[in-house]
Design a protein around this ligand. Structure first.
Ligand code: NAD
Ligand code: LMR
Length: 330
């Protein structure tokens, strides 16, 4: 039997976690021979609700779930963890922008960055989902100076999966036939879902769909999908699809994109090294490859037309604005 791995999940009594925890406990991410310990963090008033979730986890009698720890102390939650899903944060409601959440959510990530720095494993993988995810990732990383910046990523996998589905639907194929989509930038309305390098059943996507559809339907649909889900779900934001994306992104990060993805890369928000003119230090979604040894790299030298360059720049500008708003936390 393998040694159990410790996984922290914050916001563990919330909507996303209600899907995520059960999928983790079933072995879907780390495999059917890998025991796990779940270290679940909530704010004190939500510990009761979290206890209810623990009762349900117990009632599944998952063979791989060795232990469930409930806590309202980040240092207990992150103690020696190898993986951390930072989900806990307020979600937006109808009519709000994700960056409207900066004020109420940013401080959470400063505190959690410090706690990770103090008690997590040196090679912990921290996936930030709570919104606004890219800037929260920046706050977390900047508050954890002893951990490598490569320990942190923000979630763009939901946008990536949304883009795959839209193109697959348009072309009448299964999602698996769509490869090499890129979502660039912020997890916000300025994100740029890019079909320039995408293929469908081996054919270039740009030969199958026209520019009008791309600019008037595809891009705005993906950019605004989160808001559309909130409208349709009566004010609740996406949860099961977000949990799914968190599992997909972490799987590629842990096991490598070659094994875990059917594309040459995935879209993942990582710290910029200046690639494609994006200022160093911003958490920005790029096409990313991860080797089976776990080495992460931003795919280089993709050709970009003037429209793509402008979109990439616009999203970087928005991230710089967000960074300015929380500079006291960095
Ligand atoms: P939710 O309100 O159902 O759950 C959030 C949970 O976080 C609550 O139980 C709350 O008590 C807890 N929480 C608040 N502060 C905390 C803290 N300091 N420590 C630990 N827990 C804390 O929300 P949800 O639907 O699960 O969404 C969570 C976050 O994820 C939101 O910010 C949402 O906007 C974001 N989200 C991001 C993506 C993405 O693609 N990046 C997708 C969907 C949702
Ligand atoms: C999403 O994209 O569904 C999430 O970021 C939730 C939201 O606020 O849109």
């Amino acid at each position: 039997m393998k040694t159990p791995i410790d996984i922290a999940v914050t916001g563990a009594a919330g909507q996303i976690s209600y899907s995520l925890l059960f999928r983790l406990a079933s072995g879907e991410l780390f495999g059917l021979d890998q025991p796990i310990v779940l270290r679940l963090l909530e704010i004190t008033p939500a510990l009761h609700r979290l206890h209810g979730v623990q009762m349900e986890l117990n009632d599944c009698a998952y063979p791989l779930l060795q232990k469930v720890i409930l806590t309202d102390d980040a240092k207990v939650a992150f103690k020696d963890v190898d993986y951390a899903f930072l989900v806990g944060a307020r979600p937006r409601g109808p009519g709000m922008k994700r960056k409207d959440l900066l004020e109420c959510n940013a401080a959470i990530f400063a505190e959690q960055g410090k706690a990770l720095n103090e008690v997590a494993h040196q090679h912990v993988k921290v996936l930030i989902t709570g919104n606004p995810a890219n800037t929260n990732a920046l706050i977390t990383q900047m508050n954890a100076p002893d951990l490598s910046p490569s320990c942190f990523s923000a979630m763009s996998m939901l946008d990536h999966n949304r883009a795959i589905f839209q193109l697959a639907k348009k072309c009448g194929v299964r999602s698996k036939e769509v490869k090499n989509i890129i979502v660039w930038g912020n997890h916000s309305e300025t994100q740029y879902p890019d079909l320039t390098h995408a293929t469908v059943k081996g054919l270039e996507a740009l030969t199958l769909v026209d520019q009008t559809w791309i600019k008037d339907e595809f891009i705005p649909t993906v950019q605004n999908r989160g808001a559309s889900v909130i409208e349709e779900r009566g004010g609740l934001s996406s949860a099961a699809s977000a949990a799914n994306a968190a599992i997909c992104q972490m799987r590629s990060w842990v096991f490598g994109t070659e094994v875990s993805s059917w594309s040459d890369w995935i879209s993942m928000a990582v710290i910029s090294d200046g690639s494609y003119g994006v200022e160093k230090g911003l958490f920005y979604s790029f096409p990313v490859k991860v080797s089976s040894a776990g080495e992460l790299s931003i795919v280089q030298d993709l050709e970009l037309d003037a429209f793509s360059k402008a979109c990439i720049k616009e999203s970087a500008l928005e991230l710089k604005e967000e960074r300015k708003a929380i500079k006291h936390l960095l």
